[in-house]
Design a protein around this ligand. Structure first.
Ligand code: UFG
Length: 330
């Protein structure tokens, strides 16, 4: 089976490529290396090009006979999306629309889309199912939800079938530390905490301690990247068996507060780094937890790493290796 992986040189995409490669899939990675890295691509052929380059994509689809597309390439920083909405709508929405159009034109009818829990905005209930209304509160979540809408409509008017996976808080790294998060300007809680533990940052800021949660800090559903990758493999099998389009949440169904994560990072690393309590970050829902019963029931997804300590340990091993090798490159 030949699979196109857009964004396959990035954090989650590179874990996908690793697993597809280990399973013997024929892989083409399409990545402009804006945040991805050549050496994160462990298998397959890497095409360095931009998704905005429709001619390049078109040529690629005419020369390679793809059976499926897994679309990761996107901008992902929520507060940047508020400051630079056009950048997000152009890359996350317009480029995805072009890609989907090229798939339809070339009869590539299996499409897996990286969506996000950010589509839910600030939900009325903490635990969300796929039927919880999507009410994104920032351009990042909105741009992802718009792609879901496009996929839904196009799947009704063509042979294209898709699975949209709504990721919760993805963290952790390859257990052999071959790949992991490489962003220089990391914003995610676990990575930022680990860099504070390594002394690469002076402190960690806790954004808000007055939320209506047991310890006043936000609660999130942290999922190990490898469990998320398993969900993609199951989604690929599901579409290959001829099943219809579907949206699935990907999370463990329980969460940890920012303080709990920070305490666990201190325990795993053995470093009592400095923590400052600061004001709320705009657009943060107090709590966001996945109800993932649908993917468990319909795809048989069984997470293997539902363990915050394991998530942090794998990320810590990776982070140490990355910083020994030099600074994160982008
Ligand atoms: N946080 C801090 N200090 C930091 C970084 C984060 O206190 O230095 C807090 C945040 O305020 C939030 C929690 O830690 O309460 C988690 O923040 P992250 O930035 O790690 O992750 P988010 O929950 O903001 O974002 C993630 C994904 C998004 C997705 C979103 C859905 O990165 O792509 O979940 O909620 F849209």
């Amino acid at each position: 089976m030949k699979v196109l992986v857009t964004g396959g040189a990035g954090y989650i995409g590179s874990h996908m490529v690793r697993t597809l490669g280990e399973k013997g899939y024929d892989i083409v990675v399409y990545d402009n290396l804006s945040t991805g890295h050549k050496d994160s691509v462990l298998y397959g052929k890497l095409v360095i090009a931009d998704l905005a380059d429709a001619d390049r994509l078109d040529r690629l689809f005419r020369t390679e006979n793809f059976d499926a597309v897994i679309h990761f390439a996107a901008h992902i920083v929520v507060d940047e999306s508020v400051r630079e909405p056009i950048k997000y709508y152009r890359n996350n929405f317009v480029n995805a629309l072009n890609l989907i159009e090229i798939c339809v034109k070339n009869n590539v009818n299996k499409f897996i889309f990286s969506s996000t829990a950010a589509v839910y905005g600030i939900p009325e209930k903490v635990t969300v199912t796929e039927d919880t209304p999507a009410r994104p509160i920032n351009p990042y979540g909105a741009s992802k939800f718009m792609v879901e809408q496009v996929l839904k409509d196009i799947s009704l008017s063509s042979d294209l079938r898709y699975v949209a996976l709504r990721y919760f808080n993805v963290a952790g790294a390859d257990p052999l530390s071959r790949i992991g998060q490489k962003y220089r300007e990391a914003t995610h809680l676990i990575t930022v905490s680990l860099r504070a533990a390594l002394g690469k940052r002076e402190h960690l800021d806790i954004f808000g301690t007055d939320y209506d949660t047991p310890d006043g800090t936000c609660i999130r559903d942290y999922i190990h990247v490898d469990d998320l990758i398993d969900a993609h493999i199951l989604a690929l099998d599901y579409l290959s068996e001829g099943n219809g389009s579907r949206v699935f949440n990907c999370g463990y169904g329980h969460g940890y507060s920012v303080r709990e994560v920070v305490d666990k990072v201190k325990k795993v690393t053995g470093v009592d780094f400095k923590v400052r309590e600061t004001g709320r970050r705009e657009g943060d829902p107090p709590s966001l937890i996945a109800d993932s019963s649908r993917i468990k029931k319909e795809l048989g997804w069984k997470p293997s790493h539902d363990d915050l300590e394991y998530i942090i340990k794998t990320a810590w091993e990776w982070e140490k290796k990355l910083h020994q090798a030099g600074k994160p490159a982008s």
